[in-house]
Design a protein around this ligand. Structure first.
Ligand SMILES: [Zn+2]
Ligand SMILES: [Zn+2]
Length: 169
């Protein structure tokens, strides 16, 4: 379990401060274009919590609603209005949970994950040079169908660059 300080986080300028009160339920490494735009880089590392586990301690985030090209559902980005740092997502499709930007935590490595609780998703949009490790499920897009049925992950025998993955499989 996290100590009092390691599950705290905030934006770059310090106006926004928050904490979470539980470890994450699961962790997504998301390579989709939306996460690339939000983070300005290759992919988002996104621990997922019950929305009730997220407590805003200071400041008032601004939010932006984006309609997902895939699902047609709204993803809301919450970010600092002063420095622009992304803090977290909430989802129309997954009501009651929130995805927090791992890098916004004071200690971005405080939480653990396992092969069962973590996954790489949206490899279809990933940068070709990104290396995908073994030991985690890998999905071409979402891990489930729009109805929530599980999809079969790819399995890697060795760490593999995205350009060498067989994404049609
Ligand atoms: Zn800020
Ligand atoms: Zn994404």
């Amino acid at each position: 379990m996290p100590s009092a300080s390691e599950n705290h986080g905030g934006c770059l300028c310090g106006a926004i401060r928050y904490r979470v009160t539980t470890p994450p339920m699961r962790v997504s490494f998301c390579h989709c274009r939306f996460c690339q735009k939000v983070t300005g880089t290759a992919y988002a590392v996104e621990p997922i919590f019950e929305e009730s586990a997220f407590e805003l301690l200071q400041g008032t985030p601004k939010s932006h609603d984006h309609v997902s090209e895939g699902s047609g559902k709204v993803i809301t980005l919450h970010f600092c209005p002063d420095c622009g740092s992304p803090i977290r997502y909430t989802f129309e499709r997954f009501a009651g949970v929130t995805g927090v930007m791992a890098g916004s935590f004071d200690d971005p490595n405080w939480f653990g994950w396992t092969e069962e609780s973590a996954k790489h998703i949206f490899l279809s949009a990933a940068r070709p040079e990104t290396m995908i490790p073994t030991g985690l499920p890998v999905f071409v897009q979402h891990a489930t169908t729009p109805d929530g049925a599980p999809l079969e992950p790819l399995s890697l025998e060795r760490p593999t660059a995205v350009r060498d993955l067989n994404l049609s499989g």
